[in-house]
Design a protein around this ligand. Structure first.
Ligand code: SF4
Length: 206
């Protein structure tokens, strides 16, 4: 059987991004899934099947992480939907390419996805966790993110970010630069209250 190539690993500037799953419990209004098939000029990121650990390992080896400054779990879905694969992949990176920093870009809903606390699983595996805060108020967060878990998502996302502080080197919140001035200020206040840095990222249209 001929299998179509899948984009599991792709370059974004000097970083290697890993795409493990299409699954995501959210439907963010700004999601790249709605605006195009790739990101940052990558090949289409929609995976025709969830990759096996072996497929991920092969994609990593082919890309050669030693040529990059960081390996980022991101892609077209929520990486923690494939939590076991994420942990196994991080273990593989640590063993075969020691010294390469790893980052998880997440919506912060891993605990709700798995029905239990999960931040401790990142210990020793992930250096930086970047959580999509998306908005500074619950109402706007729910409007923008549209999580399938509903209202409890806003609190769960913040709780996950706080838990991560105990297990990884660095935790960040992110918002996209299309937020209103008011929401941006509310996001800053919330990030400050929780003692977590805030990164403002550019909205990607395609
Ligand atoms: S959490 Fe990420 S992958 Fe999921 S809908 Fe939002 S932007 Fe898209």
């Amino acid at each position: 059987m001929i299998q179509k190539a899948m984009t599991i690993a792709y370059r974004v500037e000097d970083k290697l991004y890993l795409n493990l799953t299409n699954r995501c419990p959210c439907a963010c209004t700004f999601c790249i899934r709605k605006n195009g098939s790739g990101a940052y000029g990558s090949d289409p990121l929609w995976l025709e099947h969830e990759p096996s650990l072996q497929e991920v390992r092969e994609a990593i080896d082919k890309a050669d992480p030693s040529k990059y400054t960081e390996v980022v779990f991101c892609g077209y879905g929520e990486p923690t939907e494939a939590l076991e694969l994420l942990c196994e992949t991080a273990d593989y990176l640590r063993e075969k390419y020691p010294g390469i920093p790893t980052r998880l870009n997440t919506n912060g809903l891993s605990d709700l996805i798995h029905g239990k606390e999960t931040a401790h699983l990142l210990k020793g595996r992930i250096h930086t966790v970047s959580v999509s805060l998306n908005a500074g108020t619950k109402e706007e967060y729910l409007r923008v993110t549209q999580p399938k878990f509903g209202e409890e998502s806003y609190q769960a996302m913040q709780q996950f970010a706080l838990h991560c502080k105990s297990y990884v080197d660095k935790v960040l919140f992110t918002v996209v630069d299309i937020l209103s001035e008011e929401e941006m200020s509310a996001s800053r206040r919330l990030a400050e209250k929780l003692g977590i840095g805030l990164r403002i990222r550019e909205y990607i249209e395609d």
